[in-house]
Design a protein around this ligand. Structure first.
Ligand SMILES: [Zn+2]
Length: 242
C-alpha cells in the first residue's frame, strides 16, 4: 500500500508542472511527448503547498495561457491517475459565461480544482456546502471567487431584468450595485460601471462566505485555507486578484 502510494506520487505532477525522477525517465523513454504533463495532482503534492502557493500556481497557469504556452497535458493519464482518488488544491466559483472556463484560462488539468459555476458567480447555500466539502472534507487549500468583465448577469441585475427563475438570481447582485461607488453613467451600457459592480460583487462574496460558513472561516483563521476574490478580463485574458 505504502509502496503503491509512493509510486503514484512519483508519477503525478500535473498542477505543479514540475518533474519527478520517474516522470523524467518516462520522458526519456519516449513514453510521452517532451514537456507533457503525466498525471494528476497527488495528495502529497497538494498537501505540501500553502494556500498562497496554490493561488500562485493558478496565476502562473493564467500567465501560461496568456503567453500561448499552455502546458502539454496527457488528459488520459490524468484521468487514469485520478480515478481512484482526487486531491484538488482549490475550489473556484466562477460565472457560467462560455468565455470564462477556469480550467482553460488558468491552464488546469483533471483533478486540479473543484469548479462551481453559476450566473454571476453568486454564492448560495448549495455552493457554500460544496466549498465546505472541498476544503473541510477533501483538503482543498483555497476558495477562489472569480468574477469577470462584461458579465451578462451583472448587466441584467442593473437593468432589473424580470425572467422566470432568473429574477431571484439577479436579486443577489442588488447590494453590490448599491454599494458600488461610481460617478457617471450607472447603466448596463457603461462597461466601466458594469465591471465596477462585478468587482464589488466578488469582494462582497468573500465576506459572505466568511459570514455564512463558520466552517470555512475557521479553516481560514487557522491558516489552512485562503478565501480570495479575483476578476477575469474577457478582453485581455488576465486573471487579477482584487
Ligand atoms: Zn458572467
Amino acid at each position: 500500500m505504502k509502496i503503491n502510494a509512493v509510486c503514484c506520487d512519483a508519477h503525478r505532477r500535473g498542477f505543479l508542472g514540475g518533474s519527478t525522477a520517474l516522470g523524467l525517465l518516462a520522458v526519456g523513454l519516449g513514453a510521452m511527448p517532451s514537456g507533457a504533463t503525466a498525471a494528476s495532482l497527488s495528495e502529497a503534492q497538494r498537501n505540501a503547498m500553502t494556500p498562497d502557493q496554490v493561488i500562485q500556481k493558478m496565476l502562473e497557469g493564467n500567465a501560461r495561457f496568456l503567453s500561448g504556452a499552455r502546458k502539454e497535458r496527457d488528459f488520459l493519464a490524468e484521468m487514469r491517475s485520478s480515478s481512484a482518488g482526487q486531491f484538488p488544491a482549490a475550489i473556484v466559483l466562477s460565472c457560467v459565461d462560455s468565455r470564462a472556463p477556469v480550467e482553460v484560462i488558468c491552464d488546469l488539468g483533471i483533478g486540479d480544482t473543484f469548479n462551481a459555476r453559476v450566473a454571476g458567480n453568486a454564492v448560495n447555500d448549495d455552493i457554500l456546502g460544496s466549498m465546505e466539502f472541498a476544503c473541510a472534507a477533501a483538503g482543498a487549500k483555497a476558495v477562489v471567487l472569480m468574477g469577470h468583465t462584461a458579465c451578462g448577469a451583472i448587466k441584467g441585475a442593473i437593468d432589473n431584468v424580470v425572467l422566470g427563475n432568473l429574477t431571484l438570481l439577479l436579486a443577489r447582485f442588488k447590494s453590490a450595485i448599491d454599494a458600488t461607488v461610481y460617478t457617471g453613467d450607472r447603466t448596463s451600457k457603461n462597461a466601466a460601471f458594469v465591471d465596477a459592480v462585478a468587482r464589488t460583487h466578488v469582494q462582497h462574496s468573500v465576506k459572505l462566505v466568511r459570514e455564512r460558513s463558520p466552517v470555512l472561516a475557521g479553516l481560514e483563521a487557522k491558516g489552512s485555507i485562503k478565501i480570495i476574490a479575483s476578476m477575469y478580463d474577457l478582453a485581455s485574458g488576465k486573471v487579477t486578484l482584487v
